[in-house]
Design a protein around this ligand. Structure first.
Ligand SMILES: [Zn+2]
Length: 203
């Protein structure tokens, strides 16, 4: 049992994701990210199959044919696209990926950066999360728009680095999403107010 090592690994990961989430303004998600890893169902598997350089869930799956820790985890954490797999409208394709809310796509993006950093250590490069994604591309049961946004962010990270990409996520992606949601709910946003003021000053 490697309880201490496992506890340190998941806590280091959680702190990294929290910092990244705070940088883009996702405070609540930053605090709640991966909390279920501390539940007994997930924690005991993590200790038993501790690897250090890859997920213990993969080791559990290889050993027993099924990772109960992963099934528990993906059913409770909305930043995993597997959480959003459901029966599709089309009866031929029984299971399909539902479109994920933008803020969870962002959390998934940040999660992948943190995971690459933990597993790669000092050798980490901004291109690593994209390389991991491309390695499995075509096999993901992900909604096409969700996959497109994730790939776009990973490419931007690889080409322009963290600072510029995080700024874009905070000021463009998430703000646009917030404004869109508010206008659907009939709440006036700062952008709406700006447009209204501009229009009335021209009138
Ligand atoms: Zn997770």
């Amino acid at each position: 049992m490697k309880a201490v090592q496992h506890f340190c690994t998941i806590t280091r990961h959680k702190i990294l994701v929290m910092k990244e989430c705070f940088q883009v303004g996702l405070y609540k998600q930053g605090l709640l990210h991966d909390l279920s890893k501390y539940s007994w169902t997930e924690f005991r598997v993590g200790c038993k199959y501790y690897q250090g350089d890859r997920s213990p869930n993969n080791a559990e799956r290889e050993k027993t044919g099924c990772s109960l820790a992963w099934l528990h985890h993906k059913g409770r954490n909305k930043h995993h696209y597997e959480y959003w797999i459901d029966y599709g409208d089309n009866k031929d394709a029984a299971m399909t990926g539902m479109k994920m809310p933008v803020r969870y796509v962002v959390e998934m993006f940040l999660d992948r950066i943190a995971a690459s950093k933990i597993y790669k250590g000092a050798a980490y490069r901004d291109t690593d999360p994209l390389a991991y994604f491309l390695g499995g591309k075509g096999q993901y049961l992900m909604h096409p728009e969700t996959e497109e946004l994730l790939e776009k962010l990973l490419r931007m990270l690889a080409e322009k680095g963290e600072e510029e990409t995080f700024r874009y996520v905070r000021h463009d992606i998430l703000r646009r999403d917030k404004n869109k949601k508010a206008s659907v709910e009939g709440i006036e946003t700062t952008t709406d107010a700006k447009i209204r003021d501009e229009q009335s000053s021209h009138a």
